[in-house]
Design a binder for this molecule. Sequence first.
Ligand code: NAD
Length: 289
Amino acid sequence: MKIGFAGLGLIGGSIAMAIRKKYPEAYIAAYNRSSKPLVKAFRDGVIDYATSEIDDGFADSDYIFLCAPVRTNVTFLSKLKPYLSGHTILTDVGSTKQNIHEAVERYAPKAHFIGGHPMAGRERSSYFNASAELISGCYYYLTPSKNVTEEEEDRLKSFISELGCHPITVDPKKHDLIVGAISHIPHMAAYMLVKLVMDEDTPEEYMRVTAAGGFKDTTRIASSDPSMWSEICLANKDNLTKLMDRYIHDLKDIRSLIERSDEKALYDMFGEIRDYRNSMFTQTEDSTV
Ligand code: NAD
């Protein structure tokens, strides 16, 4: 089995490590802008071939994973096109799917492309924070393009399952709405919570210094890479702005209940939300996208 990675950071590195663990004989080629992850991955035996340019090391791959930030993945398509063969499944791990599907149609329309998005991750980027366990047990969205046969979709599904993930197939539009609500909006909320403290802190900085578990849990993802998140926001602009309008509306609702001292309504609302929240994460509290 031959597999290529364009971008070998947190997610690409973690998938490559999981593949190496499950398929010790697989041939893994990787391209990355900076050489440090490539050197480390080669030394650790995670990859067999490292390159600072997309080249024929990617030819005849069974799978090629695009694992850079969402806009950068688009720029790889024309460079990879000459190396895609009939049996190559091209996939990506980007947090948005409509943009990459549109780009594939434009720059590599014949590619057998299946969008992908592992619902796993963390706020610290880079290969140096990657691990095979990061993706273990996660849900993994797949968004097949119209060029893909059922056999190809099944092939990628079973490959992803063998790595310990749970594949879910949806269309790209639905994917972007779902992750808009469960991943992108939480990042906006976390950034703005930290901003609130940054702007409203006392002269002694008591807020910054004494903030404890609740604040830390709620805002962990505000430590995520700013450039990655600016790209995600713009790539999912329509969903994000609609969901933000809804979220702002709900914040205004709760503000008005507090202003009116409507304790009963607050109690009922908190109770209903708590019950729903308690029905989530029934298997684990570790999902960290
Ligand atoms: P990362 O920064 O750890 O890795 C990105 C890698 O791409 C880095 O090694 C970087 O050097 C390389 N890169 C960037 N620009 C490049 C270029 N022009 N040419 C070659 N290499 C380049 O980021 P990550 O967290 O692994 O995210 C990668 C993708 O995974 C993103 O599309 C993101 O939306 C998606 N994703 C991230 C998470 C998460 O929690 N971090 C979760 C799921 C999906």
